[in-house]
Design a protein around this ligand. Structure first.
Ligand SMILES: Nc1ncnc2c1ncn2[C@@H]1O[C@H](COP(=O)(O)OP(=O)(O)O)[C@@H](O)[C@H]1O
Ligand SMILES: O=P(O)(O)O[C@H]1O[C@H](CO)[C@@H](O[C@H]2O[C@H](CO)[C@@H](O)[C@H](O)[C@H]2O)[C@H](O)[C@H]1O
Length: 434
């Protein structure tokens, strides 16, 4: 038998959302909050657990349910048995925590409806989402953030603001929950941030990555969907520009983008030395962009790719997961940015879909890229020729990010962004020579 924390330490390394792969966790409990539960046999609590091992200490949210016995079906999500003899379960999988969570996130709704079932979303996820069935119909999805950061999470604030303004390009917003914890690095010794949020569950939605892969494999025309995705992206950008603050791209702000491009390129070369050969050409693209024309800065999606766009029956594209790039510090993600970063992200994603398809159908990807861009330009009115150098820079920066991401997570896919970088540099040279 062990303490609750020892049980969690054994279990956490097997969780998809645990970022400290490759090291033994060094955990301490920063806060342990009991949550009211309507189940007399269950003690529900939310633990905030700091992992001090690794380069950057990471704070995790670990909701647990404690019970005095375990049923065979509960073994799949058993964290362990502690010294007191209590069985500790991973909260999202035990029905007591989801019900308690909904009552905190949306108290009025929780009083009015009957949750008939809750299930954890299956598949690869950086957080943990719970789907609530109300009167037998999947109706609400609640994302429980696992790695926590001080400050508002853009995944919540941006979708809440768009939804409140009546946008149907994001799921209807239902509710949110904040938490607080000790942080000696902050002026008042306390930090706070989002713990979870809930939104409408989009029944029958399929993510754009799966749809695009199917079309690419069949050689089917995806351009109509790509164009409507471009239009929807432009609507979301214009929505964000009206509900959230915008700022001028000052010289300081532009210098900041230059620094962040260069920093990422340096890091990528360290992790993927093959990039060294392209370093000067990439840096030249950044320099042209830096000295060119810049638009007003505004809030954007931040990590836009086909997996973040859901194709919903009778509704079209709906955008989700506005949390920004997981490899970027939260304070950089929570500020106005260049909308073309999202356009660049999606352009890269079409290249990825072709790259992940046998035969690498590059013409299919090129047609999607053109259609997406045409849809975006038609709806936004952006003059692409003015901003082409900036789009080139953001696309290269995204591909450089992807090289780091793939080297760390999916080395077999590293060739996709590397080929992308080569292709982008060659296309730009051809354009300049023409
Ligand atoms: N409102 C929703 N309705 C239906 N499915 C959703 C909804 N939001 C997200 N999903 C599904 O959940 C998956 C993971 O959501 P996402 O926000 O990307 O989580 P994470 O940030 O943890 O990766 C999405 O790819 C999509 O399949
Ligand atoms: O979905 P996340 O927010 O966790 O984003 C990260 O993982 C993505 C992979 O799942 C990664 O996206 C890259 O691979 C996608 C295909 O799997 C492709 O569609 C994207 O264009 C490509 O960037 C994303 O970069 C990363 O931040």
């Amino acid at each position: 038998m062990s303490t609750t924390l020892e049980c969690i330490a054994q279990w956490i390394t097997r969780q998809r959302w645990y970022a400290g792969k490759g090291h033994e966790p060094r955990l301490r409990i920063l806060s342990h909050e009991s949550v009211p539960s309507d189940d007399p046999d269950a003690r529900v609590s939310v633990l905030l657990v700091m992992d001090d091992e690794g380069n950057i200490p990471t704070l995790y949210q670990v909701p647990i349910v404690e019970r005095s016995s375990v049923q065979p079906a509960q073994h799949a999500y058993l964290i362990g048995q502690n010294d007191e003899g209590d069985y500790i379960f991973d909260g999202p999988h035990d029905e007591a925590y989801p019900r308690a969570l909904l009552a905190l996130l949306a108290p009025d709704l929780a009083r009015e409806v009957t949750v008939t079932r809750s299930t954890v979303l299956s598949g690869e996820q950086s957080n943990t989402s719970i789907i609530f069935e109300i009167d037998g119909t999947p109706s609400i999805i609640c994302k429980v953030f696992r790695a926590l950061h001080h400050g508002d999470n853009p995944d919540v604030t941006l979708q809440a603001a768009l939804s409140a303004a009546g946008s149907t390009a994001v799921p209807r917003f239902v509710g949110e929950m904040h938490g607080e914890w000790d942080d000696v690095g902050r002026p008042n010794g306390r930090a706070s941030g989002h713990l979870a949020f809930a939104q409408e569950f989009l029944a029958g939605a399929e993510d754009g990555w799966k749809v695009a892969l199917r079309f690419a494999a069949e050689g089917s025309d995806f351009t109509e969907l790509a164009r409507s995705l471009g239009e929807q992206t432009a609507r979301v950008h214009s929505g964000l520009a009206s509900v959230m603050p915008t700022t001028e791209a000052t010289d300081d702000a532009i210098a900041g983008f230059g620094v962040s491009w260069a920093r990422r390129l340096r890091l990528a070369i360290q992790e993927v030395p093959a990039l060294l050969d392209s370093r000067d050409d990439i840096a030249a693209v950044y320099e042209t962009a830096r000295t060119g024309t810049w638009p007003l800065l505004q809030r954007i999606h931040g990590d836009f790719h086909l997996g973040q766009a859901l194709l919903v029956p009778e509704r079209g594209w709906v955008l989700v997961d506005f949390e920004g790039e997981p490899l970027r510090p939260m304070n950089e993600r929570d500020r106005p940015d260049v909308a073309l970063r999202d356009v660049a992200g999606m352009l890269r994603s079409f290249d990825y879909a072709a790259g992940a398809t046998p035969g690498n159908p590059t013409e299919w990807a090129e047609a999607c890229r053109e259609a997406f861009t045409a849809g975006y330009l038609a709806e936004s009115g952006v003059d692409i020729e003015t901003f082409r150098p900036l789009l080139d820079a953001f696309e290269l920066d995204k591909a450089v990010y992807e090289a780091i991401y793939e080297a760390r997570n999916r080395p077999d896919w590293l060739a996709i962004p590397l080929r992308g970088i080569e292709h982008l540099l060659a296309a730009r040279t051809a354009r300049l020579g023409a």
